[in-house]
Ligand binder design. Structure first.
Ligand SMILES: Nc1nc2c([nH]c(=O)n2[C@@H]2O[C@H](COP(=O)(O)OP(=O)(O)OP(=O)(O)O)[C@@H](O)[C@H]2O)c(=O)[nH]1
Length: 155
């Protein structure tokens, strides 16, 4: 099990101690040929607007993670994904919500990137050159770094 990440812990929590968990599907789009991955900014008007994250969004009633991810990426960045490979999960306690992030790796998609919500996008390698990065996104960069280290034969 992954441990809880408390984001901006000095700020009050909306909804008190018993707030429900919001399930979120998140896509790590990986271009293996170029050795890079896609980050996007949170759109204007949303919480943490302008922070860099991986594209995705909340599950709607009855949806699986893969279904939600497919819908969200069509809506937000205009691409149709192939298989979503479940990777890590992370529970994040934000001031605005308690979310469980379901990160999936995605290697296949069709269509050109179109930022439908006024986001910015950047294909990145490690270490990333964009900031600020959303708190719930930081662990993902660490997992990617660990995997890259393992692939390079480091302990
Ligand atoms: N999409 C996405 N959300 C993330 C990431 N990391 C992370 O902590 N989150 C959090 O997960 C939640 C996702 O909500 P969202 O606002 O993007 O989802 P949505 O598009 O369905 O929202 P909406 O209800 O405004 O349409 C937010 O609380 C966001 O802060 C990430 O890498 N990608």
């Amino acid at each position: 099990m992954s441990e809880l990440l408390v984001a901006d812990g000095e700020r009050p929590r909306e909804g008190g101690v018993d707030r429900p968990i919001t399930e979120v599907a998140v896509g790590v789009l990986i271009d293996d040929a170029q050795g890079c991955f896609l980050l996007t900014t949170r759109p204007p008007g949303k919480v943490y607007a302008g922070y860099w994250e991986f594209p995705g969004g909340k599950l709607e009633a009855g949806e699986t993670v893969a279904q939600a991810l497919r819908r969200e990426l069509q809506e937000e960045i205009g691409v149709t994904i192939g298989q979503a490979h479940p990777w890590h999960q992370k529970l994040v306690d934000y001031p605005h919500a308690l979310v469980r992030l379901h990160f999936c790796k995605v290697y296949d998609w069709s269509g050109e990137l179109q930022m439908h919500e006024g986001q910015e996008f950047a294909w990145q390698t490690l270490p990333v050159t964009v900031e600020p990065v959303l708190p719930g996104t930081v662990p993902v960069l660490e997992w990617l770094a660990q995997e890259a280290g393992q692939a390079a034969g480091q302990p």
